[in-house]
Design a protein around this ligand. Structure first.
Ligand SMILES: C[S@@+](CC[C@H](N)C(=O)[O-])C[C@H]1O[C@@H](n2cnc3c(N)ncnc32)[C@H](O)[C@@H]1O
Length: 510
């Protein structure tokens, strides 16, 4: 029985590509690509053959494949120097399309970044020499981007062996040069059709002293002006919520101190330095995507880096509609979701990116109010309505929600009977009680919602005084996963279509 179950689970296919990904229905035509590479650059044909045979152990073949895919399928001119992290185009596109899904969903109120008309504005944390996300986002979807790059990164934190290996392996001297800045800018400039959409922003070089002050790595002099220091996030203690095993980030600024005063973005995205050491980064010998210590490694790894994004987001709040990051380890995803719940974000979303043998996760959160939608009257006439409350702090359980529902109705004079073990509450409200509740609540809700409600009521040929006898309904609250509650209301008997409207309205204000 158990073995059967196991077998069944292992054969379930996980989606590997977003349905809007260019390569979803049309995987790259390697034959065509190879012949066009041979035609344009005969000396590279052997390298491509290596790639075609799926021996992805050759950096040059991987880079050539990326170059050709970007050129043929996206009309992008692109290159990176030896040893820099080489992106795989279909995988990187999946993250872009997931963000597109978040932006087009009606989870949040749908306002664009201020002052940029209809153009979606994104921030790519650590765009790197390859600048892949801004290039893809701008060419596929016309989005504008700020892509941040650090100059010296974590040279101080990489062991001497790692730096030697980096220099020896590829000739790259990322510890002392601005390779990322130089090549990110080149990759933008070489694509004039989208270059106006992309700004490469250098993150000031700085390293954090143990006392938290930012100093120049070489001279020891203070590097940041007063504004930047003020922008430093709250002490890490505020995020050390579970235990002292939380990893802390020490490095250049991430969002705070890089995002300018008054700037607004629709989203930020990040493919963070996943690893704590180059040894860890080199664990997968099957890939040949390159990557220098500066790109791959950060003290505390991805947990520390993404925790810093969370901390920064706590201060920047609604400067971004969505904060997002890739996460490389499921165990870290769980830790990060708990942190988000504890700091009280309004919503958390996750997704899984299956990339060949590797799995990555997408994590998104927001401080924007979730959109409160008044639904059409035919939906309002339903007997059962439900919605979920997401991103709740752990201290708010189903019982708290039931208690506040009960006190809401009782304060208007309605009677209630709760069943704590079934997590339900039965409400009976007279015509007068309903009237009182409506009058109070129409005053409290925001103007557009109240107007829509009145309009729905008048379309249903009702006046604000509901033609009801006693209205009875049951509210049940279920915990789905920690932090997410499903709230369901069901009419016990329905005397008129307006009963459903009343329920709908109560749901939209409770
Ligand atoms: C894993 S690489 C991702 C590069 C590129 N976005 C991609 O997906 O291929 C992480 C990048 O973040 C950069 N980085 C690390 N700390 C940073 C910081 N505080 N601000 C900006 N970039 C940073 C690294 O230098 C590196 O280029």
């Amino acid at each position: 029985m158990t073995s059967k179950k196991k077998r069944k689970r292992s054969t379930v296919e996980r989606p590997t590509i977003h349905p809007r990904n260019k390569y979803s229905d049309n995987p790259p035509d390697f034959g065509l690509l190879a012949s066009s590479i041979r035609h344009s650059n005969p000396s590279s044909s052997t390298l491509v053959t290596v790639g075609l045979e799926s021996t992805w152990t050759d950096f040059n073949a991987t880079r050539e494949l990326t170059r050709v895919l970007l050129l043929h399928d996206h009309a992008l001119n692109w290159w990176i120097p030896d040893g820099q992290l080489c992106p795989t185009v279909p995988n990187r596109s999946n993250y872009i399309h997931w963000i597109e899904d978040l932006l087009s969903s009606d989870i949040l109120t749908n306002t664009n970044a201020d002052g940029h008309g209809d153009i979606v504005r994104g921030f790519d944390i650590g765009t790197g020499a390859n600048c892949i996300y801004p290039l893809l986002g701008a060419s596929l979807l016309g989005w504008s981007f700020v892509g941040s790059v650090t100059a010296t990164g974590y040279g101080r934190f990489c062991s001497v062996i790692e730096i030697h290996r980096c220099v020896g392996r590829s000739g790259c001297r990322s510890d002392v040069t601005d390779v990322a800045l130089e090549w990110a800018e080149r990759n933008v400039k070489n694509n004039p059709q989208i270059s106006d959409l992309i700004e490469i922003r250098k993150v000031d070089n700085g390293e954090e002293r143990s006392n938290g002050q930012l100093v120049d790595g070489e001279s020891g002099t203070h590097l940041y002006d007063i504004e930047a220091i003020k922008a430093e996030p709250a002490p890490l203690g505020s995020l050390k919520l579970h235990s002292d095993v939380n990893k802390s980030y020490h490095g250049p600024p991430v969002l705070l101190g890089v995002v300018r005063d008054g700037e607004k973005f629709d989203f930020c995205m990040c493919n963070p330095p996943f690893f704590e050491t180059m040894e860890e980064a080199g664990l997968n010998p099957k890939t040949s995507c390159g990557g220098t210590p500066k790109e791959m490694v950060c003290p505390g790894g991805e947990e520390a880096f993404i925790s810093r994004i969370i901390q920064d987001s706590l201060q920047l709040k609604q400067s971004f509609r969505w904060y997002t990051s890739l996460v490389g380890r499921k165990s870290n995803l769980k830790i990060l979701i708990s942190k988000l719940r504890e700091v009280g974000v309004t919503i958390v979303k996750t997704t899984e990116f299956v990339q060949g043998q590797t799995c990555r996760w997408g994590l998104a959160w927001s401080f924007m109010p979730p959109s409160r939608k008044i639904i059409s009257s035919h939906v309002a006439e339903k007997n059962v309505l439900s919605f979920t409350l997401e991103g709740l702090q752990r201290k708010y359980s189903a019982i708290h929600v039931l208690e506040s529902v009960e006190s809401f109705f009782c304060s208007a004079g309605a009677s209630s009977k709760s069943n704590a073990s079934a997590f339900t509450i039965d409400i009976t409200a007279s015509n007068d009680h309903c009237d009182t509740i409506l009058k109070n609540e129409l005053r409290n809700v925001d103007e557009p919602a109240a107007c829509q409600y009145k309009q729905v009521m008048s379309n249903a040929s009702c006046c604000s005084h509901l033609p009801l006898n006693d209205l009875s309904f049951r509210i049940s609250v279920f915990q789905q996963i920690p932090g997410t509650l499903l709230v369901r209301g069901s009419l016990q008997h329905k005397e008129s279509p307006a009963a459903g409207l009343f329920m709908l309205f109560i749901f939209s204000v409770v």
